[in-house]
Ligand binder design. Structure first.
Ligand code: DX5
Ligand code: ZN
Length: 225
């Protein structure tokens, strides 16, 4: 049976109280904490760097830090986030000249690695690096901002990706996870899971409500259907 994971995105948290916000979502049952790193170059927005991630590490406890790099170039920052305590690092293939090398930088530090596919990025970019991937992150909005609407065609893309990854698993025994990011809510999480995703990033859907545990519980009820 699939183990579904919910990853609150700190992008929609109260930035003046990030430590408390991380503690609150950990207590509310988060499976991962999603860090959106934006550089105002690869995406038109600016968030935080490795120092903030490192400062928040103790607040995460045993919960994995899932670092989504929306930066260009990526290699120097991969090294910084490796050192800052990231557990999973994902980046956009368009932002690296040498995708295989960037993935190797993550894997050689003993971390989990993933590629992020924008809505218009074709799935085939992962084809020759499947052996280095632990996860593929499908963007269901264009990256850069929280609170956008889920792009419906993403459902088809997840289904296609799922069949490629199932085939790879049957050949190699290695399971690569599918994470979805952007516009994930209580009312669409079931459909996204049915398409084949197992890890769900949610920013505004969780931090926009007063009771984080209640939203995550509602999401889990949808996933259990
Ligand atoms: C967008 C980020 C997302 C974002 C999701 O570039 O990668 O993680 O925070 O926010 P919601 O859940 O509000 O769409
Ligand atoms: Zn993200």
């Amino acid at each position: 049976m699939t183990h579904f994971r919910i990853a609150p995105s700190l992008l929609s948290a109260d930035f003046a109280r990030l430590g408390e916000e991380v503690k609150a979502v950990v207590a509310a049952g988060a499976d991962l904490i999603h860090f959106d790193v934006m550089d105002n170059h690869y995406v038109p927005n600016l968030t935080f760097g490795a120092m903030v991630c490192q400062a928040l590490k103790p607040y995460c406890g045993d919960i994995l830090m899932d670092v989504h790099l929306m930066v260009e170039p990526v290699d120097d920052l991969i090294q910084s986030f490796n050192q800052a305590g990231a557990d999973i690092i994902t980046f956009h293939p368009e932002a690296s000249r040498h995708v295989d090398r960037s993935l190797s930088l993550i894997k050689s530090a003993g971390k989990q690695a993933g590629l992020v596919l924008n809505p218009a990025t074709p799935i085939y970019v992962i084809e020759n690096v499947l052996d280095k991937l632990d996860m593929v992150l499908i963007m269901s909005v264009n990256p850069g901002f929280g609170g956008q609407s889920f792009i419906p065609n993403t459902i088809n893309k997840i289904k296609q990706l799922k069949s490629i990854l199932d085939e790879y698993e049957s050949q190699t025994g290695k399971r690569i996870r599918i994470e979805v990011d952007g516009g994930v809510k209580v009312d669409n999480i079931g459909e996204i899971a049915a398409a084949g995703a197992d890890t769900f990033v949610a920013g505004s859907a969780i931090f926009g409500q007063p009771d984080y545990a209640q939203v995550m519980e509602q999401m889990r009820q949808e996933l259990a259907k």
